[in-house]
Design a binder for this molecule. Sequence first.
Ligand SMILES: *Cc1c(COP(=O)(O)O)cnc(C)c1O
Ligand SMILES: [Zn+2]
Length: 417
Amino acid sequence: MILKMKYVHYGKCVRCGKLYPATPNLTTCECGGILDIQYDYEAIKRDFKKEDLKAREKSMWRYRELLPVEDQTAPPPLRVGWSPLYEAPRLAGILGLGKLWVKDDGLNPTASLKDRASSMAVAKAIEAGADTIACSSTGNAASSLAGNAAAAGLKTYIFVPSRAPKGKVAQLMTFGATVISVQGSYEDTFELSKAAIDKWGWYNRNAAINPYLSEGKKTVSLEIMEQLHWKAPDFVALSVGDGCTIAGVWKGLKDLYAIGFIDRLPRLISVQAEGCCPLNRAIAENKPWHPMEENTLADSIAVGVPRNPDKALNAIRESNGLVVNVSDQEIMDAQKLLGRTTGVFGEPAGVTGTAGVKKLCEAGVLGKNDSVVSIVTGNGLKDVANTIAHCGEPISIPSDMELLLKAFAERGIHPEG
Ligand SMILES: *Cc1c(COP(=O)(O)O)cnc(C)c1O
Ligand SMILES: [Zn+2]
């Protein structure tokens, strides 16, 4: 059987421009550059209309024409995508921002945006005839791959740094992955996974190597634009580690622009942790990126050697984007503020984008005339230890009204108003 992707031209190296046929197990260019999947936008424009979406399933797979899968490929079983986009007027008011929306991608099946890439990885692995998928990950790519693969009946080998929070490791063990907890940094973890994948020939779900995965991630911006009725905001803010997510977000926006679904492009806001910001530093200093230590409690973006720097830096530059770095304290403050004003609970890296927006508002860079979408990339239940340490403990007393009154009095709580 000859499989064909109707709307995909080829994979193009972002470094040297070399073209590759879009086979399911495509990886990087022989020059080491990362490939970008190129589409036939004229054909998509002809065949795909906004109205077509009305009848489609509420998942990332509703944008079939913009996804690099064969016509016959069925969406994998877990329902990924179509996470809510909430308008956040109270938080916008506190920050002095014109308009703010929060995209809660922690509501994906394994509780992070990584499900979008993992769903794509499972679809492509099945096309490639593979029965085993592997990846290295700070934690969320791992747990989402394990879950999406388990649902599809595929085996997984997963490499995570030993610092990965318990919530993520619990998911991995539940989903039946073979988990290798590497005693070292994310960089060490990545290198071991690469060697093992080369040795055993597993399907590769490293998003900085497999070019299809940021095509999965881009569905977050396709959804945001559809949820905003195709009216682009001024900015889209998110946290950045390897850089695959921000590259995907930008790709999705450019796709929609190319097929005429939106008539202008938002600017990206790339937010990193002060203790680990190699990409933002490269932009700010207009120099090549250099490795940094992985010094932040936002484990999902503690990436000292970013694996997708070319695409990420291109995305930030092309969008005329902003970069901002935040401290761990600012991240945890943003987690609390977001929770208290919107009811959305994000993990530290999940709320780092919001922390960046807050900081830019306080600095007067963003204000009353700006509209911003802040993507919450992972759920707060992934890592409760840091949250408890920051938000404090509840009132703990025996079941006794006198003690309750006393506790309230001590804390200045006045239930009667
Ligand atoms: C992976 C991840 C990111 C960053 O994505 P990159 O592609 O590594 O830049 C941000 N937030 C969360 C919760 C993640 O899991
Ligand atoms: Zn190349």
